[in-house]
Write a protein that binds this ligand. Sequence first.
Ligand code: KG4
Ligand code: ZN
Length: 341
Amino acid sequence: MRVLGIETSCDETGVAIYDGTLGLMSHALYSQAHIHAEYGGVVPEIASRDHVRKLLPLLDECLQSANCRRDEIDGVAYTAGPGLIGALLVGAAAGRAIAQALNVPAVAVHHMEGHLLAPLLEPDPPEFPFVALLVSGGHSMLVEVRKIGEYRVLGETLDDAAGEAFDKTAKLLGLGYPGGPVLARAAETGDPDKFRFPRPMTDRPGLEFSFSGLKTHTRNLWHKHGEEANARADIAAGFQKAVVETMVIKCRRAMQQTRCQQLVIAGGVGANLQLRETLSAAGRKYGWSVSYPRIEFCTDNGAMIALAGYYRLLAGETEAPIIRARPRWPLDELMTKADWA
Ligand code: KG4
Ligand code: ZN
């Protein structure tokens, strides 16, 4: 089975073709980040309009580089949520229309399930069951994955998502947008131990996260020490270390609680090299296998949506031909098909 995947939940337009036998045949990605950068964050209406502009050219590019004819597509998968409603509707409407025109089924994919399954695109994929640390711009959670479609959320953030914390902190330090990569770059020349940062929610049991306190702590440090030499890099490095170490502590707890041996890191913050290196070291120390998608499949992309859609279509999932998008969509509700009936 060959599936066309479409991702338009935020500020990246992604298209991909995944084939059950041949694997990922092609993928194309266009990031709007430079357009939103001047506003310091994603402007939803601009995002929707830009998806309209870019989606079909990317689709043609993808078909061409896969050397795939339209009539060789067996199904269409599109991100139906969570995300920005206008942006989601562009992908949902296009996905449904293409499926209708090709007379093939279409399936609505949960964006976080896409992130969760992205490591399966790699040559040495993780084995089930595993614990996934899902850290993106909109979500931070630990999920126990028994098999595809069977997800138990172990803990979530009580306030900001990890990526959101990176974005807001970078903005505060005058580093620009998107915050994750620019803050990580600034941290390279900083001393992570120059300033003391808390490790939120680690002094009590549980798998919840909270990042808003770190942001406030950063603001106070910046106001107090902003004029000092190398303050920006030192604060960025201290912030990044605090986020990474907090995640390592929570991952270790989740691994102990579930008795899993396999950890998967996914979502945009999973592109953070410090996080990847530190969790790999923890894996070696505690005897877990640690898997990540390649960097470009940590952040939003069409390949993970094509893959998740492939598994859903393979399992025989069908839906009424309606265009629907859910800006909020708890991962736990994924199995409740009643929503789509
Ligand atoms: O998964 P993603 O592309 O979109 C959402 O589903 O939200 O994640 C985007 C988030 C942004 O907040 C961005 O700042 C963060 O991932 N990010 C990073 C890095 N690259 C992207 N955070 C930390 N370090 C990075 N290298
Ligand atoms: Zn995402």
